[in-house]
Write a new protein. Structure first.
Length: 261
């Protein structure tokens, strides 16, 4: 239980990758603040289930991370309720797929607000407390799309490239403060975010979900396998461990060979 006594905030943890990360951090002994959208009863079942399964404190806050003021409030609540915020995982993200000339301005603003600006606001609000305590771990969930591009994802690719830049800056600023700052760059992970893209392709091409899942993998990854949220969670736990204490400012791929090509 290497993270017993540590407090972790995982944004966007009611689903997908964030939930996998929250589970693995709880398994390692950390207290967890969940965040994200969803149906209240389902979220409470999730919250109580994690607390019971791993014997850690688990809270939930439905802050909308499009609002900078909500991010500051969420961080302050973690520190007030749990006494600290030691591990920040900036994970919440959205996608929109369209050619640049068709890309709605409002979708650009929303993707940049959540996938990039919320990462800045989260780090800004969290680092003063981490500096006071002399220990912190920040893990920004970027993407293979932080390192390379794909067509029709201009806002997402721009935001994720920006996350890698922001990660490097804050890693340098915090290098001797006991705080590491890293980005994880997943390839394809089968979550609601990707299931929506697969369903849209199957509809557009008149094919099956299975055929489009296979095609999606084959287009980008040498390894024809989805990464699971739990594997990204285990990677996060490593970065929070003592073994990870000199890894900082890194863009760490977990992508089935996507960016090796
Ligand atoms: P998901 O749609 O399953 O989960 C997104 C989470 O963010 C949910 O909990 C949702 O409620 C929350 N959320 C959405 N808008 C929010 C807002 N305004 N405020 C607070 N929370 C909000 O998506 P996912 O696939 O698990 O993606 C998680 C992260 O991983 C994203 O940053 C995504 O870009 C990144 N990523 C995903 C993949 C993949 O293949 N799924 C690959 C690389 C990177």
């Amino acid at each position: 239980m290497g993270l017993t006594g540590k407090v972790a905030l995982v944004t966007g943890s009611t689903s997908g990758i964030g939930l996998g990360i929250a589970r693995e951090l709880a398994r390692a002994g950390a207290d967890i603040m969940l965040n994200g959208f969803g149906e209240a009863d389902a979220i409470e079942t999730l919250r109580a289930g994690l607390a019971a399964e791993f014997g850690v404190r688990v809270g939930f806050d439905g802050a909308d991370l499009m609002q900078a003021s909500e991010i500051a409030r969420l961080v302050a609540r973690c520190e007030a309720e749990f006494g600290a915020l030691d591990i920040l995982v900036n994970n919440a993200g959205i996608q929109h797929v369209a050619l640049v000339e068709d890309f709605p301005d409002a979708k650009w603003d929303a993707v940049i607000a959540l996938n990039l600006s919320a990462v800045f606001h989260g780090m800004k609000a969290t680092i003063p407390g981490m500096k006071r305590r002399g220990w912190g771990r920040i893990i920004n969930i970027a993407s293979a799309h932080g390192l390379v591009a794909s067509a029709q994802k201009i806002a997402y690719v721009a935001a994720k490239h920006g996350v890698l830049g922001a990660t490097k800056v804050v890693a340098i600023e915090c290098a001797n403060a006991g705080i590491t700052v890293n980005a994880i760059c997943p390839g394809w992970v089968l979550t609601p975010l990707v299931e929506a893209q697969i369903a849209a392709r199957a509809k557009a091409n008149g094919t099956s979900v299975e055929a489009e899942s296979n095609a999606l993998l084959a287009e980008k990854q040498p390894m024809l396998t989805f990464t699971t949220p739990e594997k990204i969670g285990a990677f996060t736990v490593f970065l929070c461990s003592d073994a990870g204490s000199t890894t900082t400012g890194a863009a760490l791929s977990i992508d089935g060979g996507w960016v090796a090509q």
